[in-house]
Design a binder for this molecule. Structure first.
Ligand code: PMP
Length: 286
């Protein structure tokens, strides 16, 4: 069951006019929210980022947070899985094709749910491969825009190379993955690129840094050079659906000793524990 503009319906029945600006221009934003044991994870943070994305494209938020929470609750209840990932999508609505914003048009609001499967244990045990390439996206990567063509092409490069992710570099510095944030471990310290217009401010990225702070894991939020990335002890990938995964091969070469390292093991465990606690008690980390 999905939600579209006020109604719940089976996805097969959902219809969008061809003049929807999401279809014509990719003019919209989205969110992906993981749900564990039927509870949305970090909902407030996801709704805050949604607001920032809407502000970024100058589209008024069609709903209050209370209304979004109620829609989220309803979509979770109408779908079978205990663990789900919700996809929220808002476009500037349906209007005669013209780049400039239309006046008096209602945004299109779409929510769907899919089962959320934990990353396979074998992949966590072996780690995954990634490749690198130049970050050729626009300069507002902080907006979670539905126009994802660059990300689509960049991630397909990884798939074509038999890898899981493409790590992006801009002017000698690491930005993020095509669909994830990337952490580097150097001298037993967790390095994270700073949030700015060059990357998506990941919700999982925040959780990892909060866990690092709460458990006194040495960490630095600063620009990370290509050299530091290529000589890392460990590389970690984070996203709402993949959680935390070790990257053990980069451009065909082993990362560190080529096995998931102690920083991954520790953060993975802390993340799992945190998930259980937060789902049970709805508490914050610190
Ligand atoms: N960067 C990009 C480009 C992404 O698409 C994503 C989400 N798939 C992330 C980072 C990770 O963000 P989050 O932890 O909020 O899922």
């Amino acid at each position: 069951m999905i939600y579209l503009n006020g109604d719940f319906m089976p996805i097969e029945e959902a219809r969008i006019p061809v003049l929807d600006r999401g279809f014509i221009f990719g003019d919209g934003v989205y969110e992906v929210i993981p749900v564990y044991s039927r509870r949305p994870f970090r909902l407030a943070e996801h709704l805050l980022r949604l607001q920032d994305s809407l502000d970024g494209i100058r589209l008024l938020n069609p709903h209050s947070n209370e209304h979004w929470s109620s829609l989220v609750e309803q979509i979770i209840a109408r779908n079978e899985s205990e663990d789900q990932y919700l996809y929220l999508h808002i476009t500037r609505g349906v209007a005669k094709r013209d780049h400039a914003f239309p006046k008096g048009v209602m945004p299109t609001v779409f929510i769907m749910s899919n089962p959320l499967l934990a990353p396979p244990k074998e992949l966590l045990a072996s780690g995954v491969s990634a490749i690198t390439t130049d970050d050729n996206r626009w300069l507002r990567c902080d907006i979670k825009a539905i126009s994802l063509l660059p990300n689509v092409l960049l991630r397909q490069m990884a798939v074509d190379a038999g890898a899981v992710e493409t790590v992006l570099l801009r002017e000698g510095f690491m930005t993020e993955g095509a669909a994830s944030n990337i952490f580097v471990v150097k001298n037993e310290t967790l390095l994270a690129p700073p949030k700015n217009h060059l990357m998506l401010p990941g919700i999982t990225y925040d959780v990892v840094l909060e866990l690092a702070a709460a458990h006194k894991i040495p960490n630095e939020v600063r620009t990370v050079s290509e050299y530091e990335m290529r000589t890392a002890q460990e590389l970690l990938l984070t996203s709402s659906t993949k959680e935390i995964m070790p990257i053990t091969r980069l451009d065909g070469k082993p990362v560190g000793d080529g096995k998931p390292g102690p920083m991954f093991a520790l953060l993975y465990q802390l993340y799992q524990n945190y998930k259980v606690t937060v789902m049970r008690d709805a508490v914050s980390i610190s």
